[in-house]
Design a protein. Structure first.
Length: 381
């Protein structure tokens, strides 16, 4: 059964390829703002509205993965993503950029829905937390790679070159998925939890709690480069290096958290602890927003790492509540709820940050604590 590790590697690669898009754009946010003459509020609007593509298509992609398999979903979705990114490189106005990136987000949602289901099919429960924790490192891996490379690409060829580079990455991921993936074997626990995920109260609680925790993650992931550049005078490349560091820390925490949850047999208790820790770290960011960079940057790294740490636990819990045969739908629904949060949060955060960065970070600090309280009924999962 060594092939399951091939599935995990390809699924992670596919998800990382798309994750590099939104996180890579966050890493070059100052250049995007200059190229399209955007204010902080408009940058938030760009990140928020474009996420509507995920809201619309995540669940359909998940249902398609359940019916047609993840191989078709990933290869088709990421091929379309690459094409949409190529179109994006030719945009000249804010409106056309917004429409193009909305299409990119919708097509790219196939990577999240398909790759999660692929891992669920090939790994038993005793290994699933670790496997999905590794798979969820796709986001920080893709984000770190993009944060380290795209500023240089943009400096050499402009934002158009950045879009084309991301298009090439997504096309390579689509080809890898088409070549290497196949449907997983049947397992005894296929017969468990086959009710429709959208009718399960636990899925709703998990998704709502996760959406609150997501607010703090977005505050760091989408805006740390812009904050350091505009408010603290840090160059884009150095600010993007901070974002890359956050991704590395978040990736390590995702794998460690998945392994810990396998040993304990539960996902949500650790998720709640991480949410409370994130609330404390974001409070520190708000308090130290104007402090020395030698003090502020380590706090940003800790807060950002914690902000990235919990996704694998939420992802795994959603898939396990639904069972293997409904994993695509469950993950698609969970990611849809988070995508709704990804629409609202950047717009609201940017509006507050335009007046005061410390206040924006303080508001974001409250949300993970609220999310941890919402998740309390699921403490046995």
């Amino acid at each position: 059964m060594r092939y399951r590790w091939v599935v995990l590697a390809v699924g992670t690669f596919a998800a990382a390829g798309y994750a590099a898009v939104p996180l890579g754009l966050a890493a070059i946010a100052p250049e995007l703002a200059d190229a399209y003459d955007l204010s902080v509020e408009r940058v938030g609007l760009l990140f928020g509205i474009s996420a509507l593509g995920q809201v619309l298509l995540l669940l359909p992609w998940g249902l398609a993965a359940d019916h047609f398999g993840e191989r078709l979903v990933i290869s088709l979705g990421l091929s379309a993503t690459a094409a949409a990114l190529a179109v994006t490189s030719a945009t000249e106005s804010f409106v056309t950029l917004l429409l193009a990136l909305t299409a990119v987000a919708g097509f790219g949602a196939a990577a999240a829905a398909g790759s999660g289901r692929a891992v669920m099919q090939w790994f038993a429960r005793s290994e699933r937390g670790l496997a999905l924790g590794i798979r969820q490192t796709a986001i920080p891996l893709g984000g770190a790679a993009a944060a380290l490379t795209l500023p240089a690409v943009t400096a050499a060829g402009g934002v158009d070159a950045a879009f084309l580079t991301l298009a090439g990455v997504c096309l390579a991921c689509a080809i890898a998925g088409a070549v290497a993936l196949r449907e997983g074997p049947a397992h005894e626990d296929d017969l468990q939890e086959l009710g429709r995920p959208l009718r399960d109260r636990r899925i709703w609680i998990l998704c709502i709690g996760s959406a609150f925790v997501l607010v703090a993650q977005i505050a760091i992931m989408n805006f740390v480069v812009l904050f350091l550049h505009d408010s603290r005078g840090v160059g884009t490349a150095r600010a993007a290096a901070v974002l890359a560091g956050v991704q590395v820390i978040g990736g390590v925490l995702r794998v460690a958290g998945g392994r810990w949850s396998d040993r304990r047999g539960r996902r949500v208790p650790l998720f709640r602890r991480l949410a409370f820790a994130l609330a404390a770290a974001m409070t520190a960011v708000a308090v130290l927003a104007n402090a020395s960079l030698w003090v502020l940057v380590p706090v940003l790294l800790v807060a950002g790492g914690l902000g990235m740490s919990w996704n694998g636990l939420s992802f795994t819990a959603a898939a396990e509540i639904a069972g293997r045969r409904r994993a695509g739908a469950a993950v698609g629904f969970q990611q849809t709820v988070l995508a709704v949060g990804s629409v609202i949060t950047p717009i609201a955060f940017a509006a507050v940050a335009a007046a005061s960065w410390p206040v924006a970070f303080a508001v974001a600090a409250v949300c993970p604590a609220v999310g941890a309280l919402v998740l309390r009924p699921l403490a046995d999962l």
